[in-house]
Design a protein around this ligand. Structure first.
Ligand code: T46
Length: 141
């Protein structure tokens, strides 16, 4: 589906496999099995000061899986028509985001880590950083 056409209905909160162990659990994310895209970049947000927000943009082509690898945070998503907030707080839950959605990340708990698996290498050209421009991008919705 084209990024211009994606909606909040295309967002999925998925359960990731969890290998339980008294010595500590493991969650593995297998490309080709757990994800609908090929992973070409992994990055993580950390050392986020209290009260700090992240995001405030949309992507034109990037597919992502967001995981609260530690702690918790909220993600407000907008598709140009509606908005929906998710709270990520379990390292075995992932939020699958197609391109074409505005996101605002906030309420990071102390020491939280936002792990992101992404379909493409970093490219500033892929960003829409103005909400007005985003609304224009989604205008046919
Ligand atoms: C999203 C949230 C969860 C790089 O050099 N390489 C990278 O891979 C990334 C992601 C960023 N950067 C540089 C580019 C910017 O100068 O780091 C700076 C901040 O990047 P950005 O505005 O993307 O940061 P966030 O934390 O607001 O957003 C990022 C993702 O871009 C975004 O899609 O969902 O993390």
């Amino acid at each position: 589906m084209r990024a211009e056409e994606t909606t909040l209905e295309d967002v999925k909160l998925i359960q990731l496999p969890k290998v339980m162990n008294p010595a500590g659990n493991i969650t593995a994310i297998n490309g080709g099995l757990d994800l609908p895209f090929e992973v070409n970049r992994v990055y993580y947000l950390y050392d986020i000061p209290g009260g700090q927000d992240r995001g405030g943009h949309a992507h034109k082509a990037l597919h992502q899986l967001l995981v609260a690898a530690s702690g918790s945070f909220s993600i407000l998503l907008k598709d140009g028509r509606a908005s929906k907030e998710f709270n990520l707080k379990r390292p075995y839950e992932g939020l699958l985001l197609p391109p074409g959605l505005w996101r605002e990340l906030r309420d990071f708990s102390s020491g939280s880590i936002c792990l992101v698996l992404a379909s493409h290498p970093y490219s500033e050209v892929d960003y829409i950083r103005e909400f007005k421009e985003f609304k224009e991008f989604k205008k046919f919705l």
